[in-house]
Design a protein around this ligand. Sequence first.
Ligand SMILES: Nc1ncnc2c1ncn2[C@@H]1O[C@H](COP(=O)(O)OP(=O)(O)OP(=O)(O)O)[C@@H](O)[C@H]1O
Length: 213
Amino acid sequence: MPDPVIALHAVKKNYQDVPILDIPQLELPKGIYWLQGENGAGKTTCMKVMAGLIPFKGEILLQGNVSSRQHPVQFRRLINYAEAEPLYPSFLTGRDLLELYLNTKGGDREAVRDISDSMGVDIYVNNPVSSYSSGMLKKLSLLLAFTGNPALILLDEPLITIDTRALTVLYDLIRTYSAKGVSFCITSHQALDAEELTVTGTLKVAHKNITLS
Ligand SMILES: Nc1ncnc2c1ncn2[C@@H]1O[C@H](COP(=O)(O)OP(=O)(O)OP(=O)(O)O)[C@@H](O)[C@H]1O
């Protein structure tokens, strides 16, 4: 059996002394997963933990052998995360951020330019992010999530605030990248469009744990 794209072992996350996540074991084969749960269940926390952005107990392995503990740089190169409500330093332009991501994560510049064009980010990418609307910020964050050569892309509420053109582009991108072997974990309180996307499985966050069905 191929290695899971991500495997969580004895992962625990507290905020101060309040336990939020306690996941003994979770292994996900390659695929597209819809991460569900009530408000406050821990979906965003789980994504931040998976992305290695906040401290946690336990260990996460990507592609079988890239450890969150032992290979943090390689680990972060393999996983991209787009926040539900992205915030960036206001003095930076979208171009500054894009260059930063391309320089640190590498990957195909041409492909990123194409995504920028098709999403309509290219029109405002040279302006400071302080001038962006919430939808413009969201589209930039989604574009950044497709930079580099990730094995797993985490999209936190990607469907909110973006226009229908960007939504169509996003579904298309997820299908295309998935066909190339990239896995996705997507939170959304609204149903993912079954005609646009076939999900591999549903992940439910409840009682601090995550179950796959
Ligand atoms: N920085 C923080 N400090 C303390 N508690 C936090 C922090 N961030 C989140 N929490 C708490 O952790 C729990 C999980 O929050 P999280 O944002 O992960 O939930 P969620 O499932 O993404 O919710 P929603 O669907 O509302 O976005 C909540 O009880 C929240 O109050």
